[in-house]
Structure formats: structure tokens, C-alpha cells
Design a protein around this ligand. Structure first.
Ligand code: ZN
Ligand code: ZN
Length: 157
């Protein structure tokens, strides 16, 4: 196992949540020589930041994701289309480009819809206030569906 920590060179994650550029990324990896290339496996640890999809509050998430990738020699005999797996990367024989495999590992471990808490009530659809701060607040507005009914009734009369 090799341990290395480096600042994230790019955002690791998705549009809604990810490890920001410069954030600490801790890798614990082992490199195993196999006939076609190098098999890399281990884990990545980092802290992702994003926004709660309901209330837009900041969300911080500890990432601890498994990393796995096969770095194949370009002249490897293996059929490329036979193994169109996302875990296969090209290896020039000298430098293993970890960025992509780490980015994939982090991105797949992150939630599609980050939440500040599992039961976040979100924002009021009338005024945008955070319902967590003000759960009881109400508006004297008729639900649009009711007002449509209201109009129907008015027209009938
Ligand atoms: Zn929230
Ligand atoms: Zn409101």
C-alpha cells in the first residue's frame, strides 16, 4: 500500500457536489503488475462540498470510496471492445494517470441529490424561506388548483 495526499487538481465529483479544487485528497493504493499492465486498487478519502438540493444550504460529506482500475499497456493483446469496462485505462508504461480513476471513484460514491439532513423540509414554494428555520409559517394564498375551480364556478354563475 502506498499512501499519498495531494490537493485536488480539478473538481472531483458531479455538478451538485464534489471535492473542490485544492481540497485534500488522500489515496491509499496498491499497484500490482499483471501481464497486460498495472492493476491499481485501494481507497480515496476526501471531503466533498455541495448544496442541499432542497434548501440550498451548504453540505459537507466525507468521501471514503474504493478505487479500482486496470491500466493497460497500449499494445496489450486484450480486445478493447470486449472489455468496455469503465475501470480500464491506458498506460504508457511510465506514468499512471490517477486523476481519472480517482475522479470516477469519488463521483460514483457521491449522492445524486445531496441533502443537508435526510428530512430537510426544503424551501417554502411561496416565498423561498427555509422551512427548517420557520416550520410553521403560512401564506394566505389559495392553492392554484383551488383558484382554477373557483374560476370555473364563477363562470358558471
Ligand atoms: Zn436542506
Ligand atoms: Zn413562505
Amino acid at each position: 500500500m502506498e499512501n499519498l495526499t495531494f490537493p485536488a487538481p480539478v473538481v472531483l465529483g458531479t455538478d451538485v457536489i464534489g471535492v473542490p479544487v485544492g481540497g485534500d485528497v488522500e489515496l491509499e493504493l496498491s499497484f500490482e503488475s499483471v501481464s497486460d499492465g498495472i492493476w491499481v486498487s485501494g481507497s480515496v478519502k476526501a471531503q466533498a462540498e455541495g448544496e442541499c438540493v432542497r434548501c440550498l444550504d451548504k453540505v459537507r460529506l466525507d468521501v471514503d470510496a474504493p478505487v479500482q482500475g486496470m491500466f493497460m499497456f497500449p499494445d496489450s493483446q486484450r480486445e478493447a471492445d470486449e472489455d468496455e469496462s469503465e475501470d480500464v485505462f491506458e498506460f504508457d508504461g511510465e506514468t499512471i494517470e490517477l486523476e481519472e480513476v480517482v475522479r470516477d471513484a469519488v463521483a460514483t460514491s457521491l449522492p445524486y441529490t445531496p441533502l443537508c439532513s435526510p428530512d430537510c423540509p426544503g424551501l417554502c414554494d411561496q416565498c423561498g424561506a427555509r422551512l427548517a428555520d420557520d416550520p410553521d409559517h403560512e401564506h394566505e394564498v389559495i392553492d392554484p388548483r383551488w383558484s382554477a375551480l373557483q374560476n370555473l364556478r364563477d363562470n358558471e354563475g
